[in-house]
Design a protein around this ligand. Sequence first.
Ligand code: AQP
Length: 340
Amino acid sequence: MSDTTFKPRVFSGIQPSGGLTLGNYLGAMKRFVDMQDAGTHETIYCMVDLHAITVWQDPATLTRNTRELCAGFIAAGIDPEKSILFNQSQVPEHAQLGWIFNCVARMGWMGRMTQWKDKAGKNAEAASLGLFAYPALMAADILIYHATHVPVGEDQKQHLELTRDVATKFNHDFGVDFFPITEPVIEGAATRVMNLQDGTKKMSKSDPSDRTRINMTDTADEIAKKIKKAKTDPDPLPETAEGLEGRPEARNLVNIWAGLADQTVEDVVAQNAGKMFGYFKQDLAELAVEKLAPISTEMARLMEEPAEIDRILGRGAERAREIATPILEKTYDIVGMVRS
Ligand code: AQP
């Protein structure tokens, strides 16, 4: 940790690269609301549209997804007065600091990122340069606010380690103590919600198959059907959490329950020990509908007023720039850029 004392500040983002999933909600957004409501940190939340375009996005769909994501944030409990809520492209300082970090980060660091390997696949030559550089822009998203804490799902852990590496190298190269060494906040029972059809893969909003995920906009019927059809094994629920070992699909459904009900995995297993998955899935579907239906109803209501969503995003961007601009200016001074 650096010697300078930084103001406790939370930053996190979600890509408008598709509809919001249960994974995004349990792994990230629910934590965002908790951190906002705790009142211990200033909270800044962002729709990272510049990250979304590292893979192809249809322009009209990107616009809609960004507004829908904003509606999701608000419906889930983010108050745009308490938190700063905006979309990344309206705050150009992210991309400006991102360029500086492109020059700090090393090619080798980027090449080791598992998300790069997963998303570029075997055809890395055809992947965008932006997809390769994604983690440097993510470091800029966080450090342009001197954020000290970043709530994320398990899949983002490696990118956060890289953010720490970028801050450390910048501070070392320029002999300053300017960027904080950010702490990841990866908490709760559902930090890695898995694909409903394959418990070894992450639930993802851009998976081509809709059956693999629960979308925050799914109807009660769709949620119940997807949970009923979720892959499981033939055994009943175990007596203890250790009994979930080697049963990824069973573990996933238990984790989802724990995340939705704010319980521990141990409690969920104890409560349902010996139950067949057919019955467990019925109860889980009821729980999911009870928790998610009010959010999707509110999202739909907010989506009827796109101008109000745009106003909230614009105001959030103004507030974000008040913090970001002086940090970028100071960075330019440290690097030796002439500013007149
Ligand atoms: N399955 C998941 N379980 C727990 N947390 C998750 N997150 C994403 N999927 C899960 C968390 O949600 C936040 C925002 O993620 P993102 O939209 O920036 O990108 P991602 O991690 O790549 O999410 P997706 O849904 O898989 O998007 P696509 O398909 O576009 O790549 C992060 O905190 C992430 O950890």
